[in-house]
Write a protein that binds this ligand. Structure first.
Ligand SMILES: [Mg+2]
Length: 153
């Protein structure tokens, strides 16, 4: 199984989405990735068939099912959310912990990548990061890099 550890802010949501929200006076619930980012993310999932583990702070206070519903409301119809990382350590440690726990289950993780704009607390997990920028979010270059990393066998 292929897994994408997914941050939302800086990957799916960008500075301009927050600016647009602030100007519109709408609530945080009205946040939504741009159509371009939605399409790129759909392309990424279609090309890799990867499952999603949410490492974004959006995971806090939301169940796995609620996170999947949220992603689907953002146009990510083929997004299957497998789980979310815990909220106790650094982001790198939380991802490591999630992977360790899966070693003892039937859900074998063959390959994974970490889509993230903030890499300061990724520690040992840095080699698996595909880094985005908060101002731009997911681009075609990132999609191609993740596809290459997950599909290369
Ligand atoms: Mg972020």
């Amino acid at each position: 199984m292929k897994v994408i550890f997914l941050d939302f802010d800086g990957v799916l949501l960008t500075l301009s989405d927050y600016v647009r929200l602030a100007k519109s006076g709408l609530s945080l619930d009205d946040l939504c990735p741009s159509k371009a980012v939605q399409n790129l993310f759909q392309e990424l999932l279609a090309r890799t068939n990867a499952k999603i583990v949410v490492s974004s702070s959006f995971r806090i206070g939301r169940t796995t099912a609620e996170l999947e519903t949220l992603l689907q409301s953002w146009g990510c119809s083929n997004g299957h959310v497998l789980g979310r990382t815990s909220d106790m350590k650094t982001r790198g440690e939380e991802i490591e912990e999630w992977l360790k726990q899966r070693e003892h289950t039937h859900m074998d993780v063959d390959r994974f990548v970490i889509l993230e704009d903030d890499v300061f607390d990724l520690g040992n997990m840095l080699p698996w990061v595909v880094k985005t920028e908060f101002e731009v979010g997911l681009t075609q270059r990132h999609v191609d890099e993740v596809v290459e990393r997950l599909n290369d066998d």
